[in-house]
Every structure is written in structure tokens, then in C-alpha cells.
Design a protein around this ligand. Structure first.
Ligand code: FAD
Length: 401
């Protein structure tokens, strides 16, 4: 959508080919239906949040940064607001308003949109491009010709939205290298069966460390969630960016459930809780310290007899409990699938694309934009900004060809 808009603004006659019956099905589900459209921050900050190939994005971000995206949307009639972490949302909290704004902007510019039309092949002939399209209704084939083609087909995540990886095939068929793809910003399966007992429990202000052997891959404080298969939530999704596609067999997660307290302070706190219920069983003594769903799990893992009176618990047993709370360990058993992944890691190699124009280095006239390229970022509006910036630059460059 952005590539079409920018190409049109730069004088090109544009045909936007969309396989779905409407535009922006993926955008519709972003930000839990609210669309975290960008991050209200400068290019330096945008680059800091890009995990794969940030340097490739210099030109794209400096040509069209998040402030320009916000200005464009507001000029086109969409009011925006900025929330915690500089996350930008439509004031209406409706992702559909972002799509509507872009759709109407395209209409005003006279961009022709072909709906329910799937590009099956991209071919070249004497510097001209042909997109072979198939109409959903009757499977009728049609060839659309142009001086340039912009491939902006997205990645592989949430394939029901239309992103089924077709662009990777078009790229390979036209001589481009495609880096191996993996689901990223994705929940994790966990080996320990006890996670199931905590399904639905959300932890706030915990410290989460993901290690591969001795190497710390990610260490951050924030929120996470237990599910029927393992863990999810902001900390988990972001941590997956740093290890998607890697062998998880040596990985360990350590959660500090009480990061604000030192071990000594935590021991004092436990002693205080125990002294308030001297004759209680251990299993009934942790209610103030931990969420209810976690108590039976911690009791079991502590090795302390659940039926032991708290005034009989030894200093050594307390020390083990403190250790468990400061270092609650989980073992990753792999990542969830593309059906649950926010983005795709991997894609068309940046080595085959000119970063100043988004044009292919292998074949003049082919451009790439968005998630189809081997680029990805953390959550916070950065992935959409990658799509807006690369789309804008690709559209502009293709129009000025
Ligand atoms: C659940 C979820 C929540 C997210 N939330 C956010 C968020 O809040 N903020 C953020 O920054 N990012 C978010 N993202 C990531 C963001 O949505 C993507 O990075 C972004 O949409 C990528 O844009 P794109 O244009 O490259 O691809 P897409 O948005 O996937 O668009 C590609 C389009 O191409 C069409 N297409 C594909 N193949 C063909 C073909 N052969 N012929 C014709 N048409 C085709 C598809 O139908 C689709 O409409 C989220 C992703 C998910 C899954």
C-alpha cells in the first residue's frame, strides 16, 4: 500500500495486486486490533530496535522516518496518539481506520487495485515485467505488464492474512538469494510439565534471562505469561528474536520472581510471612508472596514437605526456597509455528538489494519492500515502520526509474 502510494505520488501509473478481497488483512490484526502503526522516535532509536540487518535500513529510514509516516497519516485524515514506549496508535484504537485511511489515499491518487487476484509468477522480457495473475472467482489467468515491479508480499507468519511466502519464490525465480526463514516474535514451548498448571497466569515485573550455554542472549525486566504449551508475553516474544531458528538444546530460561529484593531481603520477607502464620502448613504460607496459581508449583519444586509447619522449616530449606524464587528455571523445547509468529526472520538477502533504492542488484526494475526482505525488529511499531519506509523508498525509486 505504501509502495503504491509513494510510486503514485512520484508520477507513476500504479496497479496494486492483492490476493485477498480487501487490503491490509495483516494490518487489521496488528497491535491486538489497535495497530501500533509506528514508534514516535528518531531514526537512531528505530535502528536500535532492528535485530536483523539494521545498517541496510539507513537510507529507507532517513528517506521516510516515523515522523513522516505520522504526518502522512494525519494529513490523510487519521488522528493518532502516542502511548507508553512511544508506541503510536490511531486515536480510535481501530486498526481498520489505518487501512481505511491508506485505501482512501490510494483511491484519491487513482491507484488501480485488483482484489481477489493472486500473482502466480513474475516474469521478465526485454526490460519489461509481467505479473501472471489468477483471479480467485474463475481461476482466469491474466498478464499484467509494467516497467517495474515491487514485490511486497510479506513473510510467512499468520498465513491466513495472505502472507504465504509467495515473494520468496518470485525472488528465487528471478535469481535472488533467500535467507532461511523462521518464525520470530513467537511464543515458546517449554519442557517442564508444571507450566500447564500455571496456564493463564501473567507475571509482571519479573526479570527474565535467556541463556545459550553460558552466553546471555536476552536479559530484561517486564511481563510474561504461562500458557498450555509454555510461555508467551512481551518478554518471551522479544527474546525469541535473538534465538529464532537456533538449536534450543543448550538454552535455559531463568526467571527472577522478586527482582526488587536481594536474597537476604527476600529471606527476611519470607521469615516475616512465616511468623504471621506460625502454625500453618508450608503449602498455605506463600499466598502473600506469590500468585495463587504459582504456589503449588513452587511448593513442589522447593523440596520442602508441603505439610510441614512453617515454624519447623530450617534455614537451609529457606535458602533453597529463596534460590528457587530468584532463579526459577525453565527449559525451552522449541518455538511455536508461523500461525502464532508476529514476524518472519529471514527472507530476500539484503546483499541482493540496493539499500538506497530497494531495487534488485540482480535484475533492474525489480524492487522489494517490507517483511519479504531479510529484516526484522522487536515489538513497538518497528516492523510496520520497516514496511512503510522500505515501501516508500521502493515506490519512489520505481517511479523515478
Ligand atoms: C498478530 C500480529 C500483530 C502484529 N502487530 C504489529 C504491530 O502492532 N506493530 C508493528 O509494527 N508490527 C506488527 N506486526 C508485524 C507487521 O504486521 C508486519 O511486519 C507487516 O504487516 C509487514 O508488512 P508487509 O506489507 O511486508 O506484509 P503484509 O502486511 O503481510 O502484506 C502483504 C500483502 O501481500 C499480499 N500477497 C501476498 N502474496 C501475494 C500474491 N502472490 N499475490 C497478490 N497478493 C499477495 C497479502 O495478501 C498481503 O495483503 C504484527 C504481526 C502480527 C502477525
Amino acid at each position: 500500500m505504501m509502495a503504491a502510494l509513494s510510486a503514485s505520488d512520484n508520477g507513476a501509473e500504479v496497479i496494486l495486486i492483492e490476493k485477498n478481497e480487501k487490503l491490509g488483512k495483516k494490518v487489521y490484526i496488528t497491535g491486538k486490533g489497535r495497530c501500533n502503526v509506528t514508534n514516535n522516535s528518531d531514526v537512531e532509536n528505530l535502528l536500535l530496535h532492528v535485530i536483523t540487518n539494521p545498517k541496510f535500513l539507513y537510507s529507507a529510514f532517513y528517506t521516510f522516518d516515523s515522523y513522516m509516516m505520522m504526518e502522512l497519516l494525519e494529513k490523510e485524515g487519521l488522528r493518532l496518539k502516542t502511548e507508553r514506549g512511544n508506541r503510536v496508535f490511531p486515536e480510535s484504537d481501530k486498526s481498520s481506520d489505518v487501512i481505511k485511511t491508506l485505501r482512501e489515499a490510494l483511491k484519491r491518487r487513482g491507484v488501480e487495485i485488483l482484489y481477489d487476484t493472486t500473482v502466480s509468477d513474475v516474469e521478465t522480457e526485454d526490460g519489461h515485467f509481467k505479473a501472471v495473475t489468477v483471479l480467485k472467482e474463475n481461476k482466469q489467468k491474466k498478464v499484467i505488464e509494467g516497467d517495474a515491479v515491487i514485490i511486497a508480499t510479506g513473510g510467512l507468519s499468520y498465513p491466513t492474512t495472505g502472507s504465504t511466502g509467495d515473494g520468496y519464490r518470485f525472488a528465487e525465480d528471478t535469481g535472488h538469494q533467500v535467507k532461511e526463514c523462521h518464525p520470530s516474535l513467537v511464543p515458546m514451548n517449554i519442557k517442564e510439565e508444571f507450566v500447564k498448571e500455571m496456564q493463564g497466569l501473567s507475571l509482571r515485573n519479573v526479570n527474565y534471562t535467556l541463556k545459550n550455554g553460558k552466553k546471555v542472549l536476552y536479559d530484561e525486566q517486564g511481563e510474561m505469561l504461562f500458557t498450555h504449551f509454555g510461555i508467551s508475553g512481551p518478554l518471551v516474544l522479544t527474546s525469541s528474536c535473538y534465538c529464532a531458528g537456533k538449536d534450543v538444546s543448550k538454552m535455559k530460561i531463568s526467571i527472577d520472581l522478586k527482582p526488587a529484593l536481594s536474597k537476604e531481603q527476600l529471606d527476611e520477607r519470607i521469615l516475616r510471612d512465616f511468623s504471621e502464620c506460625k502454625n500453618s502448613f508450608f503449602k498455605n504460607s506463600l499466598g502473600k508472596l506469590l500468585p495463587a496459581k504459582m504456589v503449588p508449583v513452587i511448593v513442589k519444586l522447593s523440596g520442602i514437605d508441603a505439610e510441614k509447619k512453617v515454624n519447623e522449616i530450617t534455614k537451609e530449606e529457606r535458602a533453597k526456597l529463596v534460590e528457587l524464587l530468584k532463579n526459577f528455571e525453565l527449559t525451552p523445547a522449541g518455538f511455536r509455528s508461523y500461525n502464532e509468529a508476529i514476524i518472519t526472520k529471514g527472507g530476500v538477502s539484503v546483499k541482493d538489494i540496493n539499500p538506497a533504492t530497494m531495487e534488485s542488484k540482480k535484475m533492474a526494475g525489480i524492487y522489494f519492500a517490507g517483511e519479504v526482505i531479510d529484516l526484522d525488529a522487536t515489538t513497538g511499531g518497528y516492523n510496520l515502520q520497516i514496511a512503510w519506509s522500505t515501501g516508500y523508498l521502493a515506490g519512489m525509486s520505481a517511479a523515478l526509474l
